[in-house]
Write a protein that binds this ligand. Structure first.
Ligand code: ATP
Ligand code: MG
Length: 410
């Protein structure tokens, strides 16, 4: 049981200083939102947001180092010891006409008004060391029962801003909470409003779900009718969100990038490499992610024997970085042992055995000097030489290679 009178949050020193400076100047100030929720749950807050009755200009006048990060919404970033903390003036969101953004925001002196505009009860706590937890919407009870519930009328909240629909699923995956029944029913009714939300914002929430401790919950997006908003091409979307494959996402751990690339690849498991590329482009992913994820899909079923020449060919074709991702995918998602291949790869890299054109002891200009006409033939000849050098690295000497060319040219 969470006892509201007995909840102390260990607020970092810099955040305490900011709260105190604002309070000493006669304003109200609290930490608010996700950091309070996470701290009560015993999780490490990702960032510490502050809400205050002071107006942005008043906040700026109290601190020596500030940045106007979102001044039109009332947010000033206060820099303390090199770290930025967002300080936002209590505000009321104006009317939402586009299903995503308020027409205007009004600053207010009322904490209650500020908490009322927040999406879920568990995101609408405020806390200060003096006042303790402010819980105006029974968020503690929802934390207790592990429920995601809208603040106020869910139908109104989702028609104001449809991104909240994506966020509901995301928090349910990050926290292993259920979405409360009335909130869930309202999601069903307002899914179409997601057409007002930009792909970038949709993708961010989808990705947070996929990288959470309950990535299998991405299938909820499909069961709630959101699949085609995440991948806006029906035929592609239909092949993803498979519950059986979703069970595999959790097998992938490692660095954030490994998790991202491999879980995305598993998500697209049933697509071809070209379809994966198309889906990722529609989702507005960056080029690096597109290259790595579609690369994993392209090579995931390519057999590699734990023999030097085969591993060198894989290194040549896929590149060292992609090959590492492909091997991890085989190991974790496909349950194929790859230890021997990794051992062979390590020896190749350590001993510097050549597997790329750039590793050859001759260059294109050497070949031209030796009489090969400029043009495609130079590239072709280099490829043929590499082929032979991969089989027998002892051939990789300038004289030997030039000798080989002369022999071939008769
Ligand atoms: P995390 O930072 O862990 O992803 P968070 O709860 O801090 O989660 P943020 O997106 O950082 O989420 O937003 C901070 C707070 O702002 C939220 O806790 C919530 O109170 C409010 N908020 C954010 N987005 C919305 C929204 N679309 N509608 C209403 N309130 C929102
Ligand atoms: Mg946050």
């Amino acid at each position: 049981m969470f006892d509201i009178n007995d909840l102390t949050i260990m607020v970092p020193g810099a955040v305490r200083e900011i709260l105190k400076t604002l309070q000493d100047a006669g304003y109200e100030a609290y930490i608010v939102g996700g950091c309070v929720r996470d701290a009560i749950l015993g999780l490490e807050p990702k960032d510490w947001d502050i809400t205050t009755s002071a107006l942005p200009e008043q906040v700026k006048s109290l601190f020596s180092n500030t940045v106007d990060t979102g001044i039109q919404h009332g947010t000033v970033m206060v820099i303390k010891h090199g770290i930025g903390y967002e300080v936002t003036t209590y505000r009321i969101d104006g009317e939402y006409k586009d299903g995503r953004h308020p027409e205007n925001v009004t600053f207010t002196r009322s904490l209650a008004e500020d908490l009322k505009r927040r999406d879920f009860t568990i995101n609408a706590f405020a806390y200060s060391p003096e006042k303790g937890v402010v819980d105006m919407f029974d968020g503690l009870e929802d934390l207790e029962n592990r429920l995601i519930r809208c603040v106020g009328d869910p139908n109104a909240r989702f028609s104001e801003d449809a991104l909240r629909i994506m966020r509901a699923v995301r928090f349910s995956a990050q926290l292993a909470f259920r979405i409360e029944t009335v909130t869930l029913a309202a999601i069903g009714r307002h899914v179409q409003n997601l057409s007002n939300v930009s792909m970038e914002r949709i993708r961010v929430e989808f990705e947070k779900t996929l990288l959470s401790d309950h990535p299998e919950k991405v299938v909820q997006y499909a069961s709630l009718g959101m699949a085609s908003f995440i991948i806006p091409e029906e035929t592609l979307a239909k092949c993803c969100f498979d519950p059986e494959i979703a069970e595999c996402y959790l097998k992938v751990s490692g660095t954030e990038e490994e998790k991202k690339v491999l879980r995305l690849a598993a998500f697209f498991h049933k697509l071809s490499a070209d379809e994966t590329k198309r889906a990722l482009k529609l989702m507005k992913y960056d080029n690096r992610t597109i290259k790595l994820v579609s690369g994993v899909i392209q090579y995931k079923d390519t057999l590699i024997k734990a023999e030097k020449s085969e591993v060198k060919r894989a290194l040549h074709e896929q590149g060292k970085e992609l090959l590492d991702f492909v091997l991890s995918y085989k190991e974790t998602v496909l349950n194929i042992p790859v230890d021997k291949i990794r051992a062979v790869r390590d020896i190749i890299i350590e001993t510097g055995e050549p597997y790329e054109i750039a590793h050859l002891a001759v260059s294109g200009s050497d070949l031209i000097e030796a009489g090969i006409p400029k043009g495609v033939l130079v590239g072709q000849t280099l490829s043929e030489l590499l082929d032979q050098v991969i089989e027998d690295p002892d051939l990789n000497h300038r004289e030997t290679l030039l000798g080989l060319i002369n022999k071939q040219r008769g």
